[in-house]
Design a protein around this ligand. Structure first.
Ligand SMILES: *Cc1c(COP(=O)(O)O)cnc(C)c1O
Length: 376
């Protein structure tokens, strides 16, 4: 019972290392350049090439990416941002950090994503942005809401923290260019691609990229290299300190070089779950659109969730719940409104162990345990 395989199902999620990461970090440690450096810029160029976009701006985390994207879009005091309640608290805290107000929206129980209709229902005269969350890595299609959003000058800032590598039709997530969407990724520990910690904004224009770079580095325009050779520097605007460390960028570079393995493994693992789960009474799989998605997780809706969750936990199966709804959190009470679909969905969802080190046998073991737990 203690083979590596059995241990794998104890974890709900886990980073996946290819082997080159430690040496890459050691090299940066020896170099003495730990802040934003040419390694960070190399990571930016490699990610841009992977996405086939002109440039990206690497930052310290996905949360920082969302915060900066909102600021760059001019979102601030008094503005309202539509966001699903069913997301990681980071999405909502980024909105609050920008000085704006979250306006919580319902999600489709089958995908756990907002829809054009749920976004339109949530709009108010103060709405200045919409933040769809690409739950589980799947693209969110807002085509049917797009004319209304464009008509009211509402910016779409995608929380694609879970969606690195996924596609929206025949375009990679993030490769939207001037189409009006600002995309934010996370490279946190358990994300599809990890830097240890990290994130990125995909800007829509060169000017926007420049704005985000200024915001990321305390409003200082000069590069680190120029600053150390000068007697002064100029602080041009408001700014935060959100750079991506070269230590993190080095991990990301090692990961990106092998990312094709993840692009194959994660969909395979998800399909293995899908096939194994078919026909279990009282269990519905949340659909990630696996044809277009590098799945971040595998989530089911289960009748009697709390009992099933406790049973699986007690048997060492690393199930989780992502996420407790934000509109019910104390910190976000000022923006509470009733969301009956979300409240119902939140009582049913359960994330199964899902990470690339898992085998088909691990999936069988989890699904067997789930089948028994549901029957009990
Ligand atoms: C991980 C995540 C974030 C935050 O990213 P960090 O890099 O952890 O700051 C935001 N939104 C969602 C949906 C996430 O899964």
């Amino acid at each position: 019972m203690t083979s590596p395989s059995r241990l794998a199902v104890r974890r709900n999620a886990s980073p996946y290392l290819y082997g080159g990461e430690a040496a890459a970090v050691a090299q940066v440690l020896k170099s003495g350049q730990y802040g934003h450096s040419d390694i960070t810029e190399k990571f930016e160029r490699k990610v841009a090439a992977y996405l086939n976009v002109p440039e990206i701006v690497a930052v310290e985390s996905g949360t920082a990416a969302l915060h900066l994207a909102l600021l760059a879009a001019g979102i601030g005091n008094g503005d309202e941002v539509v966001v699903p309640s069913l997301t990681f608290a980071a999405s909502v805290q980024a909105i609050v950090a920008a000085g704006a107000r979250p306006r919580f929206a319902e999600t489709d129980p089958d995908t756990l994503c907002v829809t054009g209709a749920s976004v339109l229902e949530a709009l108010t005269p103060d709405t200045r942005a919409v933040m769809p969350v690409l739950y589980g890595g799947r693209a969110v299609d807002l085509t049917d809401a797009a004319p209304v959003l464009a008509g009211h000058n509402i910016t779409v800032v995608e929380d694609a923290a879970q969606a690195f590598g996924s596609w929206h039709g025949d375009r990679k997530i993030g490769a939207f260019g001037a189409s009006g969407t600002l995309t934010c990724f996370s490279f946190g520990p358990i994300k599809n691609l990890t830097c240890g910690q990290g994130g990125a904004v995909i800007p829509r224009t060169p000017q926007e990229a420049e704005t985000i770079r200024l915001l990321r580095m305390l409003g200082i325009r000069q590069s680190q290299a120029d600053r150390i050779r000068s007697t002064t520097y100029s602080v041009d605007t408001f700014g935060l300190r959100y750079p991506m460390s070269a230590l993190n960028a080095a991990i990301g570079l090692a990961q990106l070089a092998r990312f094709d393995q993840i692009e194959a493994k994660r969909p395979h693992l998800w399909r293995t779950y899908r096939d194994a789960l078919a026909g279990i009474d009282g269990v519905a799989l949340v659909d990630v659109d696996v044809e277009h998605t590098v799945p971040f997780n595998c989530v089911v809706r289960v009748r009697g969730r709390d009992a099933v969750f406790a049973d699986l936990q007690s048997r060492g199966v690393g199930v989780g719940v992502h996420y407790p709804p934000n509109h019910l959190q104390a910190a976000f009470a000022p923006w509470h409104r009733p969301l009956p679909v979300t409240e119902q969905t939140a009582e049913e969802i359960m994330s199964l162990p899902f990470h690339p080190a898992m085998t088909e046998q691990d999936v069988s073991a989890v699904v067997d345990a789930l089948r028994k737990a549901v029957a009990r």
